[in-house]
Design a protein around this ligand. Structure first.
Ligand code: ZN
Length: 154
């Protein structure tokens, strides 16, 4: 089996949906890293860009030029160019909104913070301790899993 590696990404402003999906897959992904129109390249992150020709390119191997307009194809491109395998994913482990790792939450702790019918029909909740967003398994998760499966279909 492949040695485990930590893949971290930095997505350009135009790649918001790709960034969100990389977070759904469990990858540490920063987003909107531009300041004053200049790309901010965070050390140790693989830069995802739609701009092919950038001068002063010091770390060409740390960048992936995204060709497709569609996020599933974009994801596919990232997974294929880094030869990422399904076992390297850790879906639903990270906050989609702020990129922080999420934790299990006690059902009693989320009472009043999620809709009543959700609280009554679910027993497993996760919470982001940074932005307080609460997650629970639902139809969105099912759809997400289907999408993830599609990524590895030929
Ligand atoms: Zn969060």
């Amino acid at each position: 089996m492949k040695q485990s590696r930590e893949l971290r990404f930095s997505a350009e402003r135009t790649l918001g949906k790709l960034a969100k999906w990389l977070r759904i897959l469990g990858f540490d992904t920063s987003f909107e890293p531009e300041t004053d129109g200049q790309p901010y390249i965070e050390p140790g992150r693989i830069q995802l860009t739609r701009i092919r020709d950038r001068k002063k390119d010091k770390l060409p191997e740390k960048r992936i030029f995204i060709t497709s307009d569609h996020y599933i194809e974009q994801l596919r491109q990232v997974l294929q160019s880094l030869k990422i395998e399904p076992l390297e994913l850790c879906p639903f482990s990270r906050c989609i909104r702020c990129n922080h790792l999420i934790e299990m939450a006690d059902k009693t702790d989320v009472l009043g913070k999620v809709p009543d019918f959700i609280w009554e029909t679910h027993d497993v909740f996760h919470i982001c301790r940074r932005c307080n967003k609460i997650y629970w398994p639902g139809s969105h998760t099912k759809r997400s899993l289907d999408n993830i499966q599609r990524l590895f279909d030929d």
